[in-house]
Design a protein around this ligand. Structure first.
Ligand code: F6R
Length: 616
């Protein structure tokens, strides 16, 4: 939800800011803008639509400033248009601000500022921020402080008035070559190298410049120049922070010859899964996590596990539930974070809560985690982003190590999350002694074999492409499965919706005749997943019911189906049913991808979506 970029150094800022925005465009692409200082005056260039539009604006190439701030927007308050684009300035053009997040009390603040003579030119919540800074700056104008400290003080005072979430950057002609930043509940990182400092909403956007980062915490402020970064708390006390060295390499955030990030990320799965496994799982050894040290005494007291997440991460949690219940015999509930946080869930110190978030910045998931902590539960975060907000809130973090995921539709993060659940399930079961050793060792072997099986799957994708080519103009599709295959049906349906804009429904196969079968009509595409030997006969009966009603069927299976009258069968390698989603999801990811391509859509940046949902 919105990306912010900042740069201060020796080079011209305009193109560096645009490059940063392009790397963050997956976070929102309704409008974009940059602010620099030209001849002592703030210059703002902004427009609706994609970041590249800024390059065509008159005067862009003439910008000389060696510092500036920039923004790519996912609209919340106010439609996508030039006026609502960031950066926003105060009425006197003394302060320019970019903001990611939502100011919940902006109406109240707007009224307050209007009463104090300020005028508003946009419908955004953000415009209150530069004006509030101006208001407080005027209040402390006569104090015996440096101009920089007066502006910092005004920024701190302004943020104290804000309810909601924000990552902001502020520039002013009064303190040239300086950017002030602050954050609360929205991500902001500072990448540092000799002679230049960069600001961004995420680390991959800056990997081409540096691997040394400061991760700003909530209610922290930084005053950034090209050679210096000073950190402050809300009391304006100055302190030092540690640099974090990030291991991801810059190439991981590039397309590397693939047409789209999504396709690249689908093909990266054998490798990302290897990274997730790392040294955590080895045959004939107990699973271990560097960051987890749970005792048998503690795990034996747990009477319930909650897995809480949103979207695809929640779908990974559904597979995790299955694994944990089977291996550890602990009742496990999966909940959608936005529901969990408002329904007063029954949680105490005997509940273990696991939160899954690729970005680690999803507002609902973070709030749900804070809620469980306040009720005494232990919390584990599963995240892909080092130092992300959720990892700083949780008692323990286990990283998926899938590498940067840039495409809005999640693929490799999902498979890595499921692999992590499998290792977590093994880890708990080994501590508890809740499953026999041969079951656990067989599962380990199957997990270790996953990368080569995905490679096998990716060798020939022609049948999936053929199905996509035939059905891409459809208006509706259905996904069916039982047990763990149902969880994959949900994920396949979500992928299709988000990048192809085809309406689709996922149903537990047995549930179909309790209503939805009324929607099955001649020619409709029904995609079924059949990987669980124990359920295969029942699922086949359900597929026959839709064939009888005219459906065209695609079946993804690892079973030998002797007789069948299905239109398409995609055979996938066999594995332990507990982890079969890691294989069966791949054709579904490709199906959504090919359909989206056939429709000529922007696969990586589907309409209305953003990668990181930092608002409720
Ligand atoms: C779908 C997708 C979303 C995310 C969801 C949670 O492809 O990517 O459904 O899974 O927004 O995001 P994270 O995992 O970052 O918390």
């Amino acid at each position: 939800m919105c990306g912010i970029i900042g740069y201060v150094g020796n080079e011209k800022a305009n193109n560096i800011l645009i490059d940063g925005l392009l790397a963050l465009e997956y976070r929102g692409y309704d409008s974009a803008g940059i602010a620099t200082l030209e001849n002592g005056i703030i210059s703002v260039m902004k427009d609706k639509g994609r970041v590249k539009n800024i390059l065509d604006l008159d005067g862009f190439d003439d910008l000389e400033s060696t510092y500036g701030i920039a923004h790519t927007r996912w609209a919340t308050h106010g439609k996508p248009c030039k006026e609502n684009s960031h950066p926003h300035c105060d009425n006197s053009k003394t302060f320019s601000v970019v903001h990611n997040g939502i100011i919940e009390n902006y109406n109240e603040l707007r009224n307050f500022l209007t009463d104090n003579g300020y005028t508003f030119y946009s419908e955004t919540d953000t415009e209150v921020i530069p004006n509030l800074i101006h208001y407080y700056y005027n209040q402390n104008k006569n104090e015996n402080l440096s101009v920089e400290d007066k502006i910092l003080k005004a920024t701190i005072s302004a943020t104290k008035d804000l309810k909601g979430s924000y990552a902001i950057e502020v520039i002013s002609p009064l303190i040239p070559n300086t950017i002030i930043v602050a954050r609360k509940d929205s991500p902001l990182v500072i990448g540092t190298k000799e002679g230049a400092n960069h600001v961004a909403s995420d680390i991959p956007a800056l990997l081409r410049y540096t691997r040394d980062f400061y991760l700003l915490d909530d209610n922290e402020f930084a005053v950034i120049t090209k050679d210096d970064i000073k950190f402050y708390n809300q009391n304006m006390e100055n302190y030092k922070k540690d640099i974090k060295n990030i291991e991801w390499d810059a190439a991981a955030a590039e397309k590397n010859g693939f047409e789209d990030f999504m396709l690249k990320e689908i093909y990266e799965q054998p490798n990302s899964i290897r990274e997730t496994i790392g040294s955590r799982l080895k045959l004939n050894e107990k699973c271990s996590f560097d960051s987890l040290n749970l005792s048998k005494e503690y795990l034996s007291t747990i009477n319930k596990i909650y897995i809480v997440a949103c979207g695809t991460a929640m779908h990974a949690g559904l597979v995790g539930k299955n694994i944990i219940e089977k291996l550890c015999n602990i009742p496990t509930i999966v909940d959608i974070a936005s529901e969990f946080r408002y329904r007063d869930p029954i949680i105490d110190e005997k509940t273990l809560c696991i939160y899954v978030s690729q970005s680690g910045e999803t507002a609902d998931t973070i709030a749900a985690l804070k809620l469980a902590k306040s009720k005494g539960a232990k919390t584990i975060a599963i995240s892909n982003v080092i130092g992300s907000s959720i990892t700083r809130e949780a008692d323990y973090t286990v990283y998926t190590h899938a590498g940067p995921e840039i495409a809005v539709a999640s693929t490799k993060a999902y498979t890595s999350q499921v692999v992590l659940f499998a290792i977590l399930g093994l880890y708990f079961a080994e501590i508890l002694g809740s499953s026999d050793i041969s079951t656990l060792e067989n599962l380990k072997k199957d997990i270790l074999d996953l990368p080569s099986k995905i490679n096998e799957l990716l060798e020939d994708t022609s049948l999936i492409k053929e199905f996509a080519d035939k059905f891409y103009k459809e208006k509706d599709m259905f996904f069916l499965g039982r047990g763990v295959d149902y969880t994959v049906a949900l994920e396949g349906s979500l992928k299709l919706k988000e990048i192809s804009y085809i309406h689709s429904e996922a149903y537990a196969s047995g549930e179909l005749k309790h209503g939805p079968i009324a929607l099955i009509e001649d020619g409709i595409a029904v995609i079924s997943i059949l990987t669980d030997e124990d359920l295969v006969k029942k699922s086949i009966s359900n597929i026959q019911e839709v064939i009888t009603r005219g459906a065209k069927t695609l079946v993804i299976t690892n079973q030998n189906l002797d007789y069948n009258n299905f239109d398409y069968i995609i055979n996938i390698p066999s594995t332990n049913p507990l982890i079969s989603p890691i294989l069966s999801v791949v054709p579904l990811q490709l199906l959504a991808y090919y359909i989206s391509k056939d429709k000529g859509l922007d696969v990586d940046k589907p309409r209305n979506l953003a990668k990181s949902v930092t608002v409720e």
